[in-house]
Design a protein around this ligand. Structure first.
Ligand SMILES: C[S@@+](CC[C@H](N)C(=O)[O-])C[C@H]1O[C@@H](n2cnc3c(N)ncnc32)[C@H](O)[C@@H]1O
Length: 207
């Protein structure tokens, strides 16, 4: 396998040394995107947050900052991501505001009906059986809980096919496809926003 391919498969599941490099890169590369995504979250004060596919842990830290009263449970199926997120959020973990768990969202094992907000940044492309994953998120949320998906690729332009043939099981969805999948999972109010000049999308669904 070519080195660039070996490196980029770590976006799906960081492993080993290249995975460690990848999670650091995620924290830098997704900074602007995740800031934009958080700005799109409707104004409210969640007290319990589920951050899915936490990668390098930067979004977890920013959520803890944005919602100082909240507790965050961050999950990722990669042990490299879990370790990095734990290091990155050490203070919040020690203050009992943050928990990091190694879990696959397709087999999500958290309490049901407890989260006010769930976030998934640059991760749904990799989720297997996405309808089941969305249903798991739906069940974890309280009534009126909000699920926020942020993607840098909108499935419409060239940018969206750059990983084709590199990462197995990788799929870029359009905002419309995500909206429909979320409705099938049970979400009632589903809306999407496109960035003004980039192919970035935020899809927000309410339980
Ligand atoms: C491209 S990274 C994005 C990380 C972070 N959200 C960010 O924006 O920087 C994708 C992350 O999703 C995780 N991931 C992919 N599929 C997953 C699944 N089924 N369950 C849990 N985590 C998953 C990967 O391990 C990886 O850490």
């Amino acid at each position: 396998m070519k080195l660039y391919k070996k490196f980029f498969v770590n976006a799906k599941e960081p492993k080993g040394l290249l995975g460690k490099i990848m999670v650091n890169r995620m924290n830098i590369h997704h900074k602007e995107l995740s800031t934009w995504g958080r700005e799109n979250i409707p104004h409210f004060s969640p007290s319990t947050i589920l951050e899915i596919g936490c990668g390098g842990g930067r979004n977890t830290k920013e959520l803890l900052k944005k919602y100082p009263e909240a507790k965050v449970v961050a999950i990722d199926y990669s042990n490299i991501s879990v370790d990095k997120t734990k290091k990155y959020n050490k203070k919040a973990i020690n203050a009992d505001r943050c928990t990091v768990l190694q879990q696959d969202v397709s087999k999500l094992d958290v309490e049901k009906n407890v989260f006010d907000l769930a976030t998934a940044i640059e991760t749904v492309y990799f989720w297997p059986r996405i309808e089941e994953c969305f249903r798991n998120v739906y069940e974890a949320l309280k009534d009126n809980g909000v699920f926020v998906i942020v993607n840098e690729a909108d499935g419409l332009g060239e940018e969206s096919s750059k990983m084709d043939g590199i990462i197995e099981g990788y799929r870029v969805y359009t905002a419309e496809e995500l909206e429909n999948l979320l409705k099938v999972a049970g979400f009632s109010d589903v809306k999407s926003t496109h960035h003004i000049s980039s192919p970035w999308i935020t899809v927000i669904a309410t339980k």
